[in-house]
Unconditional design. Structure first.
Length: 300
């Protein structure tokens, strides 16, 4: 599943060319894309609207319109968005002709712009979704699902400590919970924990202030490196130009089972945490123990 660096890479590519463009027509080719709304209702909500901004919340792409409604697209596991210029090039700023390939075979929705360009959404596994919400509806939708943005000023070591207090589940599972820190998936959770020197099975509430600081820094560093490299292309991910990212070439532990840890030289191992393959170094990632509960005042 594309994580924050992949979705933010796409957003940064789309925003300069889509701001101010009007959506001339919409065609939903797969009803599952717009569920629970009907294709006709989705098309009606988007057609003739002008895009004023392209944003992101967690792993969601946000296309803001001139009437203050927002089209939300979640790529899920295998979704992809490609921007085509009127002449068929991969992107208005790119001179290469786009090779449609699987993107055309698995096309789920297409948005024709006022200059003849297109936004195309494709998804081989059909998990990706799109919907349109007004400001109040969007706020309510995200309030129950998403926590703090990890690249925002609000994401501090103290905030991380507060949200992890009392957590008994593994740190890996804690990082994957979008109600805490948003945008982190399997790849960047492994990379962040290695940077922080923390074992993925450590209880979330076992951390001390120095661990909060290390994990906060590890998360930011892992996500920022992913952004710098255009995301990670392991399976299906491609950016808005149809290109692969290169973060996979610099993984510290993810998918490196049996290889040497670049920090200590020990062998990287793979375990399963919460049903997800998890990679770590058993020597330099410390396993913390559950911290005892504080006794209430007045108790013996």
């Amino acid at each position: 599943m594309p994580e924050l660096p992949e979705v933010e890479t796409i957003r940064r590519q789309l925003e300069p060319d889509l701001s101010g463009r009007r959506v001339q027509s919409v065609e939903v080719l797969d009803p599952y894309f717009a569920k629970p709304a009907s294709p006709a209702a989705f098309e009606s909500a988007v057609e003739s609207r002008t895009i004023t901004d392209v944003g992101r919340r967690g792993k969601y792409l946000l296309f803001e319109f001139d009437n203050r409604d927002t089209m939300v697209i979640h790529l899920r596991m295998t979704g992809s968005i490609t921007l085509l210029a009127p002449d068929g090039t991969a992107n208005p700023g790119d001179a290469r002709i786009y090779d449609a390939g699987d993107q055309t075979r698995h096309l789920k929705a297409r948005f024709v712009l006022d200059d003849g360009g297109e936004i195309r959404f494709a998804d081989p596994r059909r998990f990706g979704r799109g919907f349109v919400a007004d400001p109040g509806g969007l706020e309510s939708y995200f309030a129950s699902r998403l926590g703090v943005e990890p690249l925002s000023p609000e994401f501090t070591a103290q905030a991380l400590g507060e949200m992890s207090t009392g957590r008994t589940g593994p740190l890996k599972s804690f990082l994957l919970d979008q109600k805490g820190v948003v945008g982190i998936g399997n790849i960047y959770a492994d990379e962040a924990l290695h940077r922080a020197g923390l074992h993925p099975l450590s209880p979330g509430g076992s951390m001390k202030p120095e661990h909060h600081e290390a994990l906060r820094d590890g998360i930011v560093a892992a996500l920022q490196r992913g952004l710098d490299l255009g995301g990670a292309s392991i399976d299906d991910y491609r950016d808005a130009r149809g290109d692969s990212g290169s973060m996979q070439d610099e993984f510290l532990v993810h998918r490196r089972e049996g290889e040497a840890c670049g920090r200590c030289g020990d062998t990287i191992v793979r375990i399963v945490v919460g049903g997800r393959s998890t990679y770590f170094c058993p020597s330099c990632q410390k396993r913390l123990r559950r911290r005892p509960r504080r006794r209430r005042a007045g108790r013996a």
